[in-house]
Design a protein around this ligand. Sequence first.
Ligand code: PEP
Ligand code: MN
Length: 337
Amino acid sequence: MIIILKPGTTKEETGPIYKVLEEKGIIIQDIVGASTRMIGMAGDTSHIFEDSIMAFPCVERIMRVQESYKLAGRKFHPADTIVEVDGRKIGGGNFAVIAGPCSVESEDQILTIARDVKASGAVFMRGGAFKPRTSPYAFNGLGLDGLELLKIARQKTGLPVVTEIMSPEYLDVFAQDVDIIQIGARNMQNFSLLRQVGELGKPVLLKRGLSATIEELLMAAEYLLVSGSAQIILCERGIRTFETSTRNTLDLSAIPVLKAKTHLPVMIDPSHATGYWHLVEPMALAAVAAGCDGLIIEVHNRPEAALCDGAQSITPQIFQRLMVKIQKVRDVLYPAE
Ligand code: PEP
Ligand code: MN
């Protein structure tokens, strides 16, 4: 961390800053240029609050040399994190697909879809029970009954369950019944929910916020990590841009950018990213080619009758064809050692 001082700052003026830094055990290095003076800092500066330094009138600006995310960053944890659930691995060269409907609608629906996606090679099932809908009048999910149906489908297919938590009210139930807890785009910066879910120490699928930067996504992951959760999967699901041809704009470059910055596995959700079923396949294949660690895809046996996100849901038949193509891309670009 470097503090850049305003031109003409005197040694007397910097005295109070030195005092604050020394009290925090920071090693200080005075850097004097021809026209600029700076204070270089070494040691653990994570507990230095920029606002309190900026409050000194002689400070022009502050530059952080290191990222603010320590636990999520590769610098302190160079090796890839491998998230493992029930013997299924994601990350560190292990690729996994999560598939299922946007929402759990009935026992027959979730069971039929879970069986179909499993037969095509999905290793986790998804299905929302608590749905973050824009309209309070839209189908808001079956709630606890939906979780019960997911349990039945897991028991009958063996597929672990990925589903979204919306409120801390159900932390205990999710801790008990859910294999990977999803934090949706709308809750990515619900910091108290992040802390409470992190304390459960369970695997988490953290989706990128609607308008969140990559840095903000990593800081959200940092909340989970600092609270005790080590098994976190990051998920790019499209971001808001000026483009209206698609529901969101899939930020494919987030894959290599994130993989350079963090050791956490990166998944792509081509369904919410595009909003249209016919765009799911090309974007899924592009994401696989770009090196993602997995995909989460919405699949519905009757998209035209789906209670949520039918337009972006692919049928089990299309999913099966897509899985064959995904394997072909992986075989060419990322063959198993
Ligand atoms: C979902 O996956 O069901 C969902 C609501 O996605 P997102 O939070 O990315 O909008
Ligand atoms: Mn959906």
